[in-house]
Design a protein around this ligand. Structure first.
Ligand code: DAH
Length: 346
């Protein structure tokens, strides 16, 4: 047989495959057609048996023509199957897609309820002329305790209460009060700051979290009296809990203030009658406060004969729980369950 004739035959076979495959409607039909060309008894396979009978010098050229024809058919079969699948997929989508359905709204992040309440608290004081001051969460023993007039044997310094990094040297601040010290060391009076931030204690139960948030306040100037403290805090409580909220100042003790007072508001749940929330007392403790102890002023180089000041500190979590009645456990505030957080959109 003439080698050129075989090469022509192969061309025609591949052309014929192209023509036939385009008319087929299923993958099986395409595979059957492919087998009738390339399978064991396929036309090309049968033709290939002649290859051995050809004179040696033409075998190479004819062999290449075989490979090309097989390649063409394999590619054409693959393309035809891809085309079918794509066509089926788009027909399926045409049948099953409803382009008139509304889209899915992207999920929006929200501010955490603690953050919202902390911003509200800070805003009230900023509107009264306070600046915002920040301090580090890793604090020295000296600023967290020493300069705040805590005696060496004060129970707060116990390993039970404080998360020490290096005992007696560095720790996770147990309150925001060290920001008072940092601010007074940094600049002379008049000073009027609030310091919001995270604080840490070795506590973990339904009403205590090992990390929680406080807002500290400090005002130092000439002629500052307890009346100023009372006026500022009453104005603050009215802004946060409503104008008719009743409050009381109860004598207390803190190492860094003298005199000291804790401030209670009338229970927002029972209005003073006594209930579970207020443990039957009718009052809720909201914050600690007092006149800056002269000893603390001296310790940061401020003359207590010339300057006086007041300070206060409040727990943001406590206020958030009162603000959003129904938060039963402080843990809910720190678990960050999106379903819980979703309830506080603003
Ligand atoms: N640092 C106190 C605490 O964490 C709260 C406090 C009480 C802060 C009285 C003050 C203050 O500034 O005057 O319990």
């Amino acid at each position: 047989m003439d080698p050129q004739e075989i090469i022509n035959d192969l061309q025609h076979l591949a052309d014929r495959f192209d023509d036939s495959v385009s008319a087929l409607a299923t993958e099986q039909q395409i595979r059957d057609l492919q087998a009738s060309f390339l399978g064991k008894k396929g036309e090309i396979t049968i033709l290939q048996k002649l290859l051995g009978k050809l004179p040696g010098e033409s075998r190479k050229e004819v062999g290449q023509a075989f490979n090309q024809a097989k390649q063409r058919i394999t590619t054409a079969a693959g393309d035809a199957i891809d085309g079918l699948v794509n066509r089926e997929a788009s027909e399926y989508l045409d049948r099953h897609t409803d382009l008139t359905l509304p889209g899915r709204a992207p999920r929006m992040g929200r501010m955490h309820p603690i953050t919202l309440v902390m911003y509200d608290i800070v805003d009230v004081f900023v509107s009264m002329g306070f600046d915002v001051a920040l301090g580090p969460e890793i604090e020295t023993d000296l600023y967290n305790f020493g300069k705040l007039n805590f005696p060496d044997d004060h129970p707060a310094r116990d390993m039970q209460d404080t998360l020490f990094i290096k005992e007696g040297k560095t720790l996770l601040r147990t309150h925001t009060s060290p920001v008072q010290i940092r601010t007074m060391l940094e600049k002379p009076p008049p000073i009027q700051i609030v310091a919001p931030g995270a604080v840490y204690r070795r506590d973990d139960d339904p009403t205590h979290s090992p990390m929680f948030f406080q807002v500290e306040g400090l005002l130092v100037d000439e002629g500052v009296t307890f009346a100023h403290l009372k006026g500022v805090l009453e104005a603050f409580l009215a802004r946060i809990f409503g104008r008719d909220v009743r409050s009381r100042f109860r004598p207390s003790f803190f190492p860094f203030t003298e005199p000291s007072a804790e401030v209670d508001i009338e229970c927002i749940s029972c209005k003073g009658a006594g209930c579970n929330l207020c443990s039957g007392t009718g009052w809720l403790e909201i914050l600690g406060s007092g006149m800056v102890d002269p000893h603390v002023l001296e310790g940061v180089g401020i003359d207590p004969e010339r300057y006086t000041g007041f300070a206060f500190g409040l727990g943001v979590d406590r206020i958030a729980m009162l603000r959003y009645e129904g938060i039963s456990s402080i843990r809910l505030l720190y678990e960050n369950d999106p379903r819980f957080l979703e309830a506080f959109r603003r």
